[in-house]
Design a protein around this ligand. Structure first.
Ligand code: HAM
Length: 438
């Protein structure tokens, strides 16, 4: 009886060849765009002290209250698989004294994140984000630049039907007094609200803007809007962000109901959606978090950034995965005494019948060709010569170098024809031919 199979956990997935190539392309694009704007790559651990997210992201958020993978380690410390990257980057900024560097400090990341969410297309329990954070300046040009960079990455990856929603939440004080206004409005309309929204009037009244419940939607039409309650500085900051976006023709829609699911935001918030995505339309978003570093025990430091889901970017792009690069050379090793079509085992059998040193010479050629930058594979599955040539063809090889008991030869797999050449001549000839091809 065979052992039972084990599947990947719900909401997770394996990344296979074609998807891996798409992801590599996204990584190349992100590196180019973000490095070009002065962002340095940062890697933080996959797990952090639970306290970091409880304090940073906020106890009242769905992420912290329902979606974290939290566990105790062997020393009874509470740890959490990172559900997002901003709090860890701010932790690293403080921990490494980055406030002493010239500001702003610009950092970007690409890695996997974990949320216990209802899994569906575009929503996973382990997913990848590419993100960028700029700390140490509240210049509105940093807000605009941040948005422009995310847009550039999305466009480069072919994301379709993009829309940018933009708002300002004002500073901490504005938010606090607006919160009271909103709570008063929600209490006055309590009977028409959904149970969920009613239960969160005290804890998280802003989430009422996210509800699709008809009664709540109707009540929210009359709700006071934060954008109408910004103080002069915040209004001016927001006006500057908009004017910079206008200057570079980035279209946006000011949406006073834009609520982001994390507590650290102040002033500018934004989100890119793609109609190509269906229900999970948020492809990437972010905003300013001028109080977060201080909240995590660091000096008062403004910050702005974004993150976008790698899987959602690829879904929104809808592009075919790039083809794997074809091989330059496939090295065949065959026992000339064997009849074609016969299979051998690489560890013995027909290999053992090869004149001594043949495999070694083939293996030396493999190393020599790779060391001059060629893409080369060698037969490693004990196929017959015919099977090896079929395999060379499947791998798109330009040439086959054939070693057998008699000697070695070079076969042109595109033009046809075969010539006997010894090991050294093979190396030289392949280099000459392939550099002429290039
Ligand atoms: P977020 O909106 O929670 O923001 O996530 C950013 C992006 O990650 C989303 O727009 C979505 O594309 C992707 N994403 C989130 N959850 C999932 C999931 N379960 N499955 C697949 N993709 C998902 C943040 O995480 C903030 N840290 C962004 C930020 C950076 N704000 C300032 N700096």
């Amino acid at each position: 009886m065979s052992a039972p199979k084990i599947s990947a956990p719900r909401g997770t997935f394996d990344v296979l060849g074609p998807e891996a190539r798409q992801r590599a392309e996204l990584e190349r694009a992100a590196t180019e765009i973000l490095q070009g704007a002065g962002y340095e790559r940062i890697e933080t651990p996959c797990f952090e002290a639970t306290e970091l997210f409880a304090r940073g992201v906020g106890e009242s958020t769905d992420i912290v209250s329902k979606e974290m993978y939290t566990f105790k380690d062997g020393s009874d410390r509470s740890l959490t698989l990172r559900p997002e990257g901003t709090a860890p980057v701010c932790r690293a900024y403080v921990e490494h004294g980055m406030q002493k560097r010239p500001q702003p400090v610009k950092l970007w990341y690409l890695g996997s994140f974990f949320r216990y969410e209802r899994a569906q297309k575009g929503r996973y329990r382990q997913f990848w984000q590419v993100g960028a954070e700029a700390l140490g300046s509240d210049d509105p040009a940093l807000d605009a630049e941040s948005i422009v960079l995310l847009r550039e990455l999305l466009l480069r990856m072919g994301a379709k039907d993009l829309r940018l929603r933009l708002a300002s939440l004002g500073g901490a004080e504005t938010r606090a007094s607006y919160r009271e206004l909103l709570q008063a409005h929600l209490r006055a309309n309590e009977e028409s609200l959904s149970e969920d929204v009613r239960a969160r009037i005290e804890l998280n009244p802003l989430r009422a803007f996210d509800s699709q419940h008809p009664g709540t939607l109707a009540a929210m039409k009359q709700a006071p809007l934060l954008l109408d309650h910004l103080d002069v500085q915040d209004r001016d900051h927001f006006a500057q962000v908009k004017s910079l976006l206008d200057a570079v023709n980035v279209p946006y829609q000011v949406d006073p109901t834009l609520v982001r699911g994390l507590d650290y935001y102040e002033r500018t918030v934004f989100e890119f959606t793609s109609d190509a995505l269906g229900a999970q339309s948020g492809v990437g978003g972010g905003g300013r978090y001028d109080g977060l570093v201080a909240q995590l025990g660091g000096p008062q430091t403004p910050g702005i950034g974004w993150a976008a889901g790698v899987e959602r970017i690829l879904l929104a792009g809808g592009q075919e995965p790039p083809q794997p690069r074809s091989l330059d050379v496939y090295i065949c090793v065959a026992d000339s005494d064997r009849g074609d079509g016969e299979r051998s085992t690489p560890s013995g059998g027909a290999w053992a019948g090869l004149r001594s040193g043949v495999r070694e010479r083939a293996f030396m050629l493999l190393g020599a060709l790779r060391s001059v930058g060629l893409r080369v594979e060698m037969e490693q599955a004990g196929r017959s010569l015919k099977g090896q040539l079929t395999q060379a063809d499947r791998r798109g090889a330009r040439y086959a170098a054939i070693f057998d008991g008699e000697g070695s030869a070079l076969r042109d797999l595109r033009g046809g024809g075969q010539r006997e050449l010894d090991h050294d001549a093979l190396l030289q000839e392949l280099q000459t031919l392939l550099s002429a091809d290039a």
